[in-house]
Design a protein around this ligand. Structure first.
Ligand SMILES: Nc1ncnc2c1ncn2[C@@H]1O[C@H](COP(=O)(O)OP(=O)(O)OP(=O)(O)O)[C@@H](O)[C@H]1O
Ligand SMILES: [Mg+2]
Length: 256
């Protein structure tokens, strides 16, 4: 079974790509075969990062495919872990990815109420799609150093009051992380061990939740049901795309 792990948030710049790469590297170091599907076909940032990683000789190498949400689904089965780096908007298709994923990570900055509000709004959409709470988690990323502890606890209180929990750990907004990523490294691979450790706590929490959710899904579904589920998801996905196409055609028709 491929563990499908999307990183998404309707808000841009929250750390989706940062944490997706970090988790991908740590999962690969743990021995899994890992593939990142970069859904942002305009910026292709994950592909550029992986190319820098390869050029600088950092191991393990991480494979990246630029793909649409629909195409990403075809990669299921080709790898142990499929990390999906979603773009800075959560449209119907990316929400759909969350629906068929193993565990969805929602990175958010904690010090700006608009980021947290956007995060809660996405989590409400997950709940509306009947995605259970054990299949997604909020990751607090890029907290301001001066107020990190307070921002961390305020963000957790805010999320709790909306009915959600953040994953253990958080990362601060640090130049060292930014520089490491420009070189093709993960934020657990900087030249500062204490900072690597901070980021690793979050990556570890993500990994633990992915494994738990994966096991739970496997236990809940017998093998024949897994195949049926896959077929149903594919069918649903096609319907969803078809209705989007129809809506687009209607809009185009009115415009003429
Ligand atoms: N913890 C951090 N410390 C320092 N810089 C960070 C941190 N997290 C993210 N950044 C920087 O902030 C910018 C946005 O981060 P990132 O690309 O991970 O966000 P994103 O959610 O993928 O954005 P987009 O919505 O554009 O896809 C990047 O330049 C990244 O290097
Ligand atoms: Mg990104």
């Amino acid at each position: 079974m491929t563990y499908v792990v999307p990183f998404m948030n309707g808000k841009g710049g929250t750390g989706k790509s940062t944490l997706a790469r970090c988790y991908a590297v740590e999962a690969a170091k743990g021995g899994a075969s890992v593939l990142i599907a970069d859904l942002d076909d305009e910026q292709k940032t994950a592909a550029i990062w992986a190319a820098n990683r390869k050029r600088n000789g950092w191991k393990p190498e991480i494979r990246v495919e630029v793909a649409s949400a629909r195409k990403a689904y075809d990669l299921v089965g080709q790898t142990d872990v499929l990390v999906i780096d979603a773009p800075g908007w959560a449209d119907a298709q990316t929400l759909y990815v969350a629906k068929w994923s193993t565990f969805t990570v929602v990175p958010t900055r904690a010090n700006r109420s608009d980021d947290l509000a956007a995060t809660v709004s996405l989590l409400h959409k997950f709940a509306a799609e009947s995605i259970p709470a054990w299949r997604f988690g909020v990751a607090l990323n890029g907290l301001r150093t001066a107020t990190a502890e307070r921002d961390n606890s305020d963000a957790r209180t805010y999320l709790k009051s909306a009915g959600y929990e953040a994953l253990p750990g958080f990362t601060r907004d640090l130049k060292t992380y930014e520089v490491a990523m420009l070189e093709g490294k993960a934020i657990t691979e900087t030249d500062r061990p204490a900072l690597n450790e901070e980021a690793f706590k979050l990556a570890e929490a993500i990994a633990r939740n992915v494994i738990t959710a994966g096991r739970k899904l496997e236990q809940e579904l017998k093998p024949q049901e897994t195949a049926a589920r896959t077929a149903r998801i594919r069918e649903d996905f096609e319907k969803q795309l078809e209705s989007e196409r129809e809506r687009n055609n209607e809009r185009g028709g009115r415009g003429r």
